[in-house]
Design a protein around this ligand. Structure first.
Ligand code: UDP
Ligand code: MN
Length: 470
């Protein structure tokens, strides 16, 4: 046969060879397509979870063979090499200067503020005569260096913790700020708000919960994370959830919790100091630990802009909920730092549907479903605040059974197909302190397609060699 084949003209041989190669590739693509894992299986494998996949057929029907064929070469290559990456945290530092890091991995800070003997027996009170009804707000962002210098002699502890010296506070306030890429706003916030917190004699800590790039911003979930993580670091009993771009104008707006969850940012300059709608609960809100536990915290399923604050409003106003209170409008006055709407925080088109089922979902969606669905990639005590750099596992949240009825929705589909690999970091607990771990990862691709594509490439090469010698 070899003898006959050598007599064939080169053009014919080339034609045959190409035909055979294309045939083999198509065959292999077909095998890959038939046995490809569904989105859910792929995700499950990655997370090493055991989810049932009865829906898998239906869920994989979306991809056509032709579009699969287009991705096919990439699939072969990536199945060889896996996806090796290390996390790039530099986006948080797109700025002229950076906040300093207090050189300490021990995050549980002892009560190192010394109080004088009489102070220990005296409960902290606020000196009302020192408070202004209209304070000067400075919307120009100072540099980090300027800020750190400004507050360095005020008795701040690493991580931005502060306590009054001459009294014994019975309220411990955690200020939780959902955050992503708004560095200059954070500087304006700290510049204006630290003096207010100190003037109000608060025992407080500021926690900036920063969401890693990837899925759209999830404000409510970040606030849940801030609640859980700050509770590990101190015995906070009042949590004030605070947009980074809101600056209080009236110093009588006291940063403490009330009997009922309290809405504090009632009138905002951006909305011409008008209440936008009844029962609004966005911007700045104060809830005690008990309030948070009673309503199972915020919802975790609101990715993108809108809805999450109304969801919380519904939770607290439910017949068994703690109820809603607001500070009087004149006191709850704020300026909002001007900003554009981020591309990474698109409007959540599912919010109206989600809001319809708040009262059916709240028990299973919130603090109780947070565990394992986020990770703290870095925890840094910076001079003016504690930085919590977090990753959110949007797929785990959306694969939850409670979300099954929304899975066909285009917004959910979009979120499920995002090319974001969740990073599981496991900070070790030692001596009551959390240490920071390196977050370089190597995500291995599954072995079976790897072996299959390797074998088939070998077969193709051998065939090619034989054919050229025909
Ligand atoms: N936020 C953020 N980065 C974003 C989007 C939102 O830090 O990309 C935080 C920030 O604290 C902000 C809050 O979420 O104040 C609310 O978002 P935004 O200001 O866009 O909403 P608004 O209330 O102005 O409509
Ligand atoms: Mn805003």
């Amino acid at each position: 046969m070899a003898a006959i084949a050598t007599q064939l003209p080169i053009r014919v041989r080339l034609k045959r060879m190409t035909g055979l190669l294309v045939g083999l590739l198509l065959l292999q693509a077909l095998i890959f397509y038939k046995f490809r894992p569904t989105e859910k299986q792929r995700y499950t494998r990655k997370r090493d979870l055991t989810l049932n996949n009865t829906d898998s057929r239906r869920e994989s029907e979306g991809i056509s063979f032709l579009s699969f064929l287009a991705q096919y070469p990439v699939k072969i290559i990536s199945s060889f090499y896996g996806n090796s990456f290390s996390v790039n945290t530099s986006y948080a530092y797109r700025m002229s200067d950076t906040p300093s890091k207090v050189n300490s991995s021990i995050l549980k800070i002892k009560d190192s503020v010394t109080r004088n003997a009489e102070g220990l027996n005296k409960t902290c009170s606020i000196q009302e005569t020192a408070l202004a009804r209209r304070r000067m707000v400075n919307l120009n962002p100072p540099s980090w260096r300027e800020l750190e210098n400004k507050f360095k002699d005020t008795g701040l502890l690493p991580g931005g913790l502060w306590r009054p010296k001459n009294c014994n506070p019975n309220v411990h306030v955690a200020i939780i700020i959902p955050f992503r890429g708004r560095d200059s706003q954070l500087r304006v916030f700290l510049n204006n708000m630290i003096p207010l917190f100190q003037k109000q004699n608060l025992d407080y800590g500021i926690f900036v919960v920063d969401q890693r790039e990837g899925p759209p911003f999830n404000r409510a979930m970040l606030m849940n994370i801030g609640f859980m993580e700050s509770s590990k670091l101190g015995n906070y009993n009042c949590f004030i959830f605070h947009d980074v771009d809101l600056i209080a104008e009236n110093e009588f707006n006291i940063y403490r919790c009330a009997e009922k969850p309290r809405h504090m940012s009632v009138l905002i300059d951006k909305y011409n100091y008008k209440v936008l709608y009844k029962d609004i609960f966005g911007g700045v809100t104060a809830l005690t630990r008990e309030h948070m536990q009673k309503v199972n915290g915020f919802s975790n399923v609101y990715f993108g802009w809108g809805g999450e604050d109304d969801d919380m409003s519904k939770r607290i106003r439910d017949k068994n909920g703690p109820g809603l209170s607001s500070v009087p409008g004149e006191i709850g006055r704020y300026k909002m730092i001007k900003h554009q709407h981020e591309k990474s925080n698109p409007i959540n088109s599912l919010r109206w549907d989600l809001l319809k089922s708040t009262l059916n979902m709240w028990k299973s969606d919130g603090l109780s479903s947070l565990e394992g669905r986020y990770s703290i990639l870095k925890l840094e005590r910076r001079p003016l605040y504690t930085w919590m750099y977090t990753d959110v596992d949007e797929k785990a949240i959306l694969w939850d059974d409670a979300m099954a009825k929304y899975r066909k929705n285009s917004w959910v589909q979009y979120l499920l197909t995002l090319n974001h690999t969740f990073i599981t970091a496991s900070p070790s607990i030692s001596d009551g302190a959390r240490t920071i771990h390196s977050i370089d990862l190597f995500v291995k691709s599954p072995c079976i397609p790897k072996c299959l594509s390797f074998i088939s490439l070998c077969v193709i090469s051998i065939c090619a060699i034989i054919l050229t010698n025909l």
